[in-house]
Design a protein around this ligand. Structure first.
Ligand code: SF4
Length: 392
């Protein structure tokens, strides 16, 4: 496309141009609003005649859009099912309009209470219902956690997440007090602090906020329809209630899902629909890929492909433009080039450290080398996107 058309496409999105380029001998038809044509799209997308300039115009449209909670499943499906390179191009444009694309947040996740969980999440090595190699251990002591946070900070992490394997915080008073002390200490080190402690009440969320908690992770995992095939011991609405409790306390929300747990494309779209129609989008959206663990009901599952993960990341980026999208569990199974594609698709956060709760993750220095190759840097703690003020 010639440069005069490129500039006129931009103007058209500001509403100044007719549908056809007026320049002599130029036959370009300028596009109307909506996603790019779906030539070559997989999974049942209907073919349409490609319109020159539509790809760029869709990218500009999405990049200029304010976040909204009115997405329909059909809109999200149309985005997700586009030709792969079109989807990536649009997501990359949205990423650049909302964030410095060379900055990637580094988070470290520590399991502060491992194994022995009463829940039946079919993907999880920590459920007491399955026979895995994970051994149940008690909640860690404060000084052990502080030491781990110091190591994470020294290695460049700016967010420190603490996870416990249990259904809910419930009435564990002394353990909760210890966790509150961990939150205070880690926050005092200048790190963003996140916890994932299962279901919490409004009052517990309030106390976590008071202790300095920046974010609370509670994933929806998958679509509402597929969820009962994966977890039966608590409902989708239970999860949404915890997210509401956290939001009410003024803590930012980290909420995403897992790919490769027997879901179909419609379930991925359903999950993204749940997240992107929340009144306020989750500030962090982790996209996990199943690490199939022997002994769990999902052992032997077919691994998800780079295309499935990148499509999900890119669609999350477009529908939740100001959220941090985190490339989470399963990263070890993807090559450096795969990961570069995921960053192009709009991922701007990773977990660093050799373990993610109980599953393997790339080592700190491997990530450093990858960042060097890609020219990327770590995002500072409490940094804001282009449109947000730092609020953590
Ligand atoms: S995912 Fe969490 S709640 Fe589910 S079994 Fe594992 S530790 Fe328990």
């Amino acid at each position: 496309m010639t440069s005069h058309v490129l500039s006129r496409v931009g103007q058209r999105w500001r509403g100044h141009l007719p549908a056809a380029c007026a320049r002599a001998r130029c036959a370009t038809v300028l596009p109307s609003a909506g996603p790019a044509p779906v030539r070559g799209a997989p999974e049942g997308a209907s073919p349409r005649t490609p319109v020159p300039g539509a790809s760029l115009a869709s990218a500009i449209q999405y990049a200029n859009a304010e976040p909204r909670s009115t997405w329909t499943r059909a809109e999200i499906a149309a985005i997700y099912k586009q030709p792969f390179t079109e989807l990536l191009f649009q997501a990359a444009a949205v990423h650049r309009a909302n964030f410095d694309p060379l900055e990637v947040q580094k988070c470290t996740l520590l399991s502060i209470k491992t194994g022995g969980c009463s829940e039946d999440c079919k993907y999880c090595s920590q459920s007491a219902r399955y026979s895995t190699t994970v051994k149940a251990t008690p909640t860690m002591q404060l000084d052990e956690v502080v030491e781990a946070a110091k190591r994470a900070k020294a290695a460049g992490s700016t967010r420190f997440c603490m996870g416990t394997a249990w259904r809910e915080l419930g009435g564990k008073k002394s353990t909760f007090n210890r966790i509150l002390s961990m939150v205070k200490e880690v926050r005092g080190m200048g790190l963003e602090v996140c916890c994932t402690l299962g279901m919490v009440t409004e009052e517990q969320a309030r106390q976590l906020k008071e202790a300095g908690l920046s974010a609370y992770n509670h994933n929806l995992d998958t679509s509402r329809e597929h969820y009962p095939n994966v977890i039966t011991t608590r409902t989708y609405d239970d999860r949404l209630q915890t997210i509401k409790n956290v939001r009410k306390a003024g803590i930012t929300v980290c909420c995403g899902g897992i790919l490769g747990i027997g879901e179909g494309v419609d379930d991925r779209i359903g999950l993204l629909h749940e997240l992107s129609t929340m009144e306020q989008h989750p500030e962090s959206v982790p996209v996990n890929s199943l690490v199939a663990i022997d002994g769990t009901p999902l052992e032997g599952s077919t691994p998800v492909s780079i295309f499935e993960v990148a499509r999900t990341i890119a669609t999350a980026r477009i529908t939740m433009p100001r959220s941090v999208v985190r490339l989470s569990a399963g990263r070890l199974s993807f090559s450096e080039m795969d990961q570069a594609i995921m960053f192009m698709a709009g991922a701007n956060s990773i977990f660093t450290g050799d373990k993610l709760l109980t599953t393997p993750n790339p080592e700190f220095n491997e990530d450093e080398q990858l960042f060097d190759k890609l020219g990327m840097t770590g995002r500072p703690a409490f940094a804001a996107g282009r449109h947000d003020s730092a609020s953590l």
